[in-house]
Write a new protein. Structure first.
Length: 232
């Protein structure tokens, strides 16, 4: 049985497709880059923004920083609300909470935005911990976010991750990581979980494909929101 449940946000708890793609379109337009098909930008949902601008548009570091700044101009006032909660998600959170398990959010989205989204959908009370990336880039990778979430949850057995001290050097403790699971829709969630040494559930109702999730090494696959509780 899993006692500590970590959730990704975008593509797992909520469907942010409209808001994220509108924000990317807004940012790219500042560089006179036009997007012909919105679905081309779904690949931005999941990984850190800087990585996506660098990978898909070959921006250098300075240009990536500027693109992220433009993105946030739109996102902070409009894009953040162009979002919707997946059907059945609140009931799932309610059932997990009622079963006595601990719930944490572990997202690559800036933590301040993540908290605002949970409050907007009135589901913040279900989460014991909200862990996201930092605006100053000191915590950005998925494994860093997961490690921080586990630290805040009081979970502490990182024997399978030899370089954990490079992520949270001040952290010590003992608890069996077999009781922890990460739930997400993209390979970044699965790979981050593997680096930390915890199980994962890849969901198919988000933006990742089953092939991507299985190749990344997902421990379980959930086709629907309703399937997740059974896997716990």
């Amino acid at each position: 049985m899993y006692d500590v449940i970590l959730f990704d946000l975008d593509g797992t708890v909520t469907d942010p497709g409209e808001g994220i793609t509108n924000s990317v379109i807004y940012a790219l337009d500042k560089f006179n880059i036009k997007v012909e098909e919105r679905t081309q930008l779904y690949k931005f949902i999941g990984p850190p923004l800087r990585d996506s601008f660098a990978e898909y548009y070959h921006f250098d570091e300075a240009k990536c920083e500027q693109a992220v700044a433009y993105y946030r101009e739109y996102y902070k006032d409009r894009g953040i609300y162009e979002n919707k909660l997946y059907d059945g998600m609140e009931q799932l959170l309610k059932d997990i909470k009622a079963s006595g398990r601990k719930i944490a959010l572990a997202t690559s989205k800036p933590e301040s935005f993540a908290k605002e989204i949970l409050q907007y959908f009135h589901i913040d009370s279900y989460f014991d911990v909200v862990a996201g990336s930092t605006l100053d880039n000191t915590r950005t990778s998925k494994e860093e976010v997961i490690a921080y979430a586990l630290k805040e949850c009081g979970v502490a057995d990182f024997r399978n991750m030899l370089d954990i001290n490079t992520i949270i050097p001040e952290y010590r403790g003992v608890k069996d990581l077999s009781q922890v699971v990460m739930i997400g829709d993209r390979k970044y969630d699965i790979l981050g979980a593997k680096k930390i040494g915890i199980d994962s559930i890849g969901v198919l109702f988000g933006y990742g494909e089953e092939k991507e999730l299985r190749e990344a090494g997902a421990t379980h696959i959930a086709a629907r929101v309703e399937d997740i509780f059974c896997l716990l």
